[in-house]
Design a protein around this ligand. Structure first.
Ligand code: ZN
Length: 244
């Protein structure tokens, strides 16, 4: 079975549609979404429609989704994120607002735990930015694999018995390695921040026993033009082309 994990779409419909196409080509049986469907981009309603259609029950709440429907204040947001989320809150349809309000913070599917930010206290929206953070969080899920988003930086962190390391390749095999556990950040579909503007997502193959981080180029200029029309902050428009 192949399961695709997408995260941090941030209302970027050009990126989402391109990724959904790539996932289809990759032959995924299921698609799971780790949250932050909205915020930053120009197509929040369209992105929610796609995610609810293609991901079924496997959709989580992200911090931007929570702020967009008033579950949280904008206090932790910078000025650009705040401007974008206020625009988003106004645009959301009543149906999509209701949909976001039903999403859980975490979910386990088979051998995989899903959460937007961290397995430890998912509601606090902490960030995993170091191996120390990762080592701490490995204690807070009991499945073999945990997939996360939130930082927009794709990373594979592995715990093999007692040894923890950051896996530098784009894919990892856990075949024949019974003590190996994974904490994978699948990166961002709609606003990558690792100096690579291509969309990022994760693909788990439970037959081959591999986890792969995939990259897909999409039409950045088109997404930017829509944001410009919506009068989004210039900083948010420019960062898409730089992947930061
Ligand atoms: Zn995000």
């Amino acid at each position: 079975m192949r399961i695709a994990f997408i995260s941090d779409i941030h209302a970027n419909l050009e990126a989402l549609d391109t990724v959904l196409d790539d996932i289809k080509k990759a032959g995924a049986d299921e698609i799971c979404c780790l949250g932050d469907i909205v915020g930053y981009g120009a197509n929040p309603n369209e992105c929610i429609d796609r995610v609810s259609k293609y991901c079924g029950e496997n959709v989580l709440l992200g911090n931007h989704d929570a702020v967009a429907i008033g579950l949280m204040t904008t206090r932790q947001f910078n000025v650009h994120a705040r401007a974008a989320i206020e625009w988003t809150a106004e645009k959301l349809s009543a149906k999509n607002r209701r949909y976001l309000s039903t999403l859980p913070l975490t979910k386990a599917v088979g051998m995989t735990t899903m959460v937007h930010a961290t397995p430890y206290e998912p509601k606090k929206w902490y960030y995993i930015t170091s191996l120390e953070d990762a080592a701490f969080n490995f204690q807070y899920f009991d499945t073999r694999i945990c997939v996360i988003g939130h930082t927009h930086i794709p990373t594979i962190m592995a715990l093999d018995d007692e040894e923890i390391y950051s896996h530098e390749e784009r894919w990892i095999s856990y075949a024949g390695k019974k003590d190996l556990r994974l904490l994978v950040n699948v990166g961002s579909v709609g606003q990558p921040r690792d100096r690579n503007k291509d969309s990022s997502y994760g693909l788990l193959d439970t037959d081959k026993k591999t986890f792969t981080l995939k990259r897909v180029p999409y039409n950045v200029e088109k997404a930017q033009a829509k944001m410009r029309k919506a009068k989004m902050p210039e900083f948010l428009i420019n960062r898409l082309a730089e992947g930061r």
